[in-house]
Design a binder for this molecule. Structure first.
Ligand SMILES: Cc1cc2nc3c(=O)[nH]c(=O)nc-3n(C[C@H](O)[C@H](O)[C@H](O)COP(=O)(O)O)c2cc1C
Length: 201
């Protein structure tokens, strides 16, 4: 039996931070749920921020040639995405934001180059988003969710589930809360199962 493809994107600069630990659990769950998971650690990639030169106006292809193209192709070839980022100044980490911004080339491709009709049926991918922040603020995830919604829209991704954790600051904080780790594992497993059911894989 073929398995569904999920890409897991680690958006924190910390390799063993709270969001990386949670995402690793989700990856374990997704693998146990029968998914084929590709992991991308953004801090290991050479990826320039968007330079807003709009070379993508011509054919919808980003002119900056670096690790973005491979990451983009992996994400676009997937049925699901699991993205994890810490809250940095009420939005995603810089590493995550750079990846999001580089997808402006895809936005340009769809809206300016190909002028894709809004009502055109499109492949809907499912996304699991994991975020952690230090404080307890009521609006802690408002900014991040807004950025995410528009990013997911560009890559035809529905926000299937968001795991948003307050009160996590120092590396290892999340290890003291096994419930969060269990929840992340289960979310990964359920995402794989949902994708397999939906895509009849
Ligand atoms: C540059 C920077 C900005 C941050 N901004 C916020 C913030 O706005 N709100 C908050 O609650 N925590 C903030 N934090 C704390 C992180 O969100 C928190 O430590 C989180 O658990 C880190 O996740 P990680 O271990 O996966 O990197 C910030 C940390 C850094 C380094």
């Amino acid at each position: 039996m073929k398995s569904c493809k999920i890409v897991a994107v680690y958006g924190s600069p910390r390799r063993k931070g709270n969001t990386a630990t949670l995402l690793k659990k989700a990856v374990d769950g997704a693998c146990d749920g029968g998914a084929q998971v590709t992991e991308i650690v953004l801090r290991d990639l050479k990826m320039s921020p968007c330079l807003e030169i709009y070379g993508c106006n011509k054919a919808g292809e980003c002119m900056l040639k670096d690790d973005f193209q491979k990451a983009r192709d992996q994400i676009l070839a997937s049925h699901g995405l699991m993205l994890a980022s810490p809250v940095f100044f009420y939005t995603v980490s810089a590493h995550t934001k750079i990846l999001m911004d580089r997808f402006q080339s895809l936005w340009v491709k769809k809206n300016w180059v190909e002028q894709t009709r809004k009502d055109q049926p499109k492949l809907i991918r499912k996304g699991l988003f994991i975020a952690a922040g230090a404080t307890q603020g009521k609006k802690l995830f408002d900014g991040i969710l807004l950025s995410l919604r528009y990013f997911f829209d560009v890559i035809d991704m529905e926000l299937w589930k968001a795991l948003l954790y307050r009160g996590l600051d120092f590396e290892g904080d999340v290890l003291k809360i096994p419930d969060y780790l269990d929840e992340a594992y289960l979310a990964g497993k359920e995402l794989a199962q949902a994708l397999r059911n939906e895509t009849k894989l």
